[in-house]
Write a protein that binds this ligand. Sequence first.
Ligand code: ZN
Length: 392
Amino acid sequence: MKEGVNFDDQVLSALFFADDLVLISRSKRRGMERMLRARNRFCQGMDMKLAVEKTVILTKGPTGTSWKVSDNDPILEAGLVGKCLGIDIQVKGRNLIKGQEEKMVATAQKYANAIIGLSRNGLDRAVAAHTLWERCAIPAVLYCSETMIITKGALDKLDKIQHMVARYILQLPKPSARVAGSMDAGLMQMKDRVATRTGLFVWKIQNKKTDKILKAVFVSVMRSPQDPWASQVKALKAAVGVHQLDGSKRLLKSMLKDVAVGNIFQQKRELTSLSCMPQPRKWFKLQDHVNDSEEILTLNRVRAGDAGLGNRRPNKGGQFYSHCPYCLSLGKAVKLSEYHVLLECQSVWYERTQFKVPKIPVNSPGSKNALRKTFQPNCNIQVATASRLSCD
Ligand SMILES: [Zn+2]
């Protein structure tokens, strides 16, 4: 049968998966009828039946066209929205998977609510919520995402939901920066998760013994200049280095991770409130220090630059401070921040010595180097410190 679409020398006329079947026809009426007849003959011979109520015919153009499958079955109507292997597909508008995007966001929200509800008491909430999110929610939400073009809007909605989980893990207040969640709760941003999946999917097609047809389809798609998925893969190749997608898988994984880390740093640099937040010891893992104790709540909030000092919103006592009240009483206007309290302010000098926090000569010319020595190797505050020192 010569129905179907042509990819190089491979004609693709049907996709089979267990008891699911997709028939592909180039001509709207005649081709589809021929294929349905063939399917009908097979089913009759094997004493099988098509689940007509679960069958959809997707076509562009005017709807209302109908197809007769067999004498006993009801007539099939052409529609604009269908489902294949659980993925919602539509042929109206420009975005083929808009329905799927909405489903992804709804699934993420459902999982996030369930995880927060389930892990509120009993187990350590940080570990429980992190594990459930990574092992159960993410695979369900990003199912098939390596083959999709997901809009920025949908990715942003997913990141927002993920940040809700991160905030819950770290016990951070609502306005805390997403970057803090990515770093301490170890949750990779959705854009980078999808990029990682896409990169590994392409690597597999290129380097593993995969199906001949899949390879032919891939080559043909990559050659078409207008295909949005092909452009996405090309952009990814450029970001990780062109040759990485056909080199070692381990190297590719680490390059993809570097891209994701770079994206987080770029956002972190724009946030002065995170200027003293050190790098995670291990990227995209729940940090070792995180648990649901009272002490860690404070530590997480300090690290995220949101300790409730009153500099970002009124503090516990309902007070709002833009400048450090202690320094102000001494006639010095210094912007209040976690950084100032922990490392500079004279009012907590005694506590600082008790906790053996190293003394930093803030205004001396060597201060930048002193800081660098103190915080390496597990800190990335040099850039932020330099800019702070010049503005304080
Ligand atoms: Zn002060």
